[in-house]
Write a protein that binds this ligand. Sequence first.
Ligand SMILES: Nc1nc2c(c(=O)[nH]1)N[C@H]1C(S)=C(S)[C@@H](COP(=O)(O)O)O[C@H]1N2
Ligand SMILES: [Mo]
Length: 162
Amino acid sequence: MTAFVPPHRHDPNPFPPSDDPTFTLEQPDGSAVRLTVADLRALPAVTVPNCYIVSTGHGTSGPFTFGGVLVRDLLAAYLPAEMPWSAVVVLSGDGFGTRLSAAEVQAEPVLLAYTVDGRPLTRREGLVRLIVPGETDDALKQVKWVERVMVITEFARDRAGP
Ligand SMILES: Nc1nc2c(c(=O)[nH]1)N[C@H]1C(S)=C(S)[C@@H](COP(=O)(O)O)O[C@H]1N2
Ligand SMILES: [Mo]
């Protein structure tokens, strides 16, 4: 017998939760730094062509060329040297979010995008938006309106205490 997995029913939210594109980068010890789009622009920029937003039930859009900062470059710039991390959780202000393993982040150009097709993303389009180019599972990792990037280590739970 094959398990029935219902199709994706998430209606994508078209409305930004706020006008504020700043977000926090939160380390496993709880320390946080607030980052602006200008901070992202100060880091090495990459562009990733042929990205699609693949959403079952409400169509595929693209191809887009997204531009921004690789998540691995962001972490390299802001985490203490040699700090191990095993995953990142990316949350938006409207409650949507995803978790990416370190392996996923290293394997492909996962980025925090602030441009699309050479122009700035509008806030309505997500500014700042997580782009996971290889993700075709109903756009569930293409997180608009990034508000928190949480760095996870395998030991964070022990350190955080009860
Ligand atoms: N913050 C946030 N990001 C989100 C969503 C959402 O509801 N909130 N919906 C997701 C889903 S289900 C889809 S299909 C795409 C839609 O992206 P688009 O608005 O660029 O077409 O955004 C994804 N990212
Ligand atoms: Mo979707």
